[in-house]
Design a protein around this ligand. Structure first.
Ligand code: PGA
Length: 220
């Protein structure tokens, strides 16, 4: 109806996204952005802890992340798988191996994301679960910085598969065949249940639900 249309002709939609989603979220927003050119989209890209702080303040309507906090009244929609892989530079001797265990990597330096990153928290958790000790050699403030340091041979790292090219060899990187990896995690869209969602936010959610359903069918 006209009122609804009016609500989509102009306005603003604030979204928070953890850094790793920057590799695919703009693509997913594309059709909505083209369809509603009057809606100004603001995509804040920050690490997990910063996105949680934004959610707590209510800065954004939607947030895309892997590890939503449990102490906020959030609606959650898991919308995509997030496989996490261990990587090395393509000329690293371990990249030639056919099979590895996590324990085989522990004498290599490991490069991690900064404290506050969800990706880093997953590595810390997995090591703690398995009772393994793998102290970070270096912490870097972005996925790209981690990738470049790994390619330069400074160490190994755990990153989302989504940060890598379709063929990681083109970036000088190799995914290591480690038992138990990729770790299967989910990307989740969340929004606060104690606040009404704007029409643009609801419309975007509907649009994503439809297109991801179609995509899932095409893959199945
Ligand atoms: P991050 O993203 O490592 O950039 O924080 C992952 C997440 O927590 O969702």
């Amino acid at each position: 109806d006209a009122a609804a249309l009016q609500g989509l002709r102009q306005g603003r939609l604030r979204i928070a996204a953890v850094t790793t989603t920057e590799y695919f979220l703009p693509d997913l927003l594309g059709p909505f952005a083209r369809r509603y050119p009057g809606i100004q989209i603001e995509l804040a890209v920050e690490n997990r802890d910063a996105v949680v702080a934004r959610l707590r303040r209510g800065d954004d309507e939607l947030a895309a992340m892997m590890r939503p906090p449990s102490d906020l009244p959030l609606a959650r929609w898991p919308f995509l798988e997030n496989p996490l892989v261990l990587i090395a530079s393509s000329d690293h001797p371990l990249a030639q191996r056919k099979r590895l265990r996590l324990a085989d990597l522990l004498d290599q330096p490991v490069l991690v994301r900064e404290a506050g990153s969800g990706t880093r928290a997953v590595l810390d958790e997995v090591l703690a679960e398995q009772g393994l000790h793998w102290p970070p050699r270096m912490a870097l403030g972005s996925n790209e910085a981690v990738k470049h340091a790994v390619r330069a041979g400074l160490g190994l790292a755990l990153l989302s598969r989504h940060t890598l090219a379709a063929d990681p060899a083109t970036e000088g990187l190799a995914v290591l065949p480690v038992a138990g990896f990729p770790l299967k995690r989910q990307w989740v869209l969340v929004w606060r249940q104690d606040r009404p969602l704007s029409l643009p936010a609801r419309t975007l959610l509907d649009d994503l639900r439809q297109r991801l359903k179609v995509r899932a069918k095409a893959v199945a």
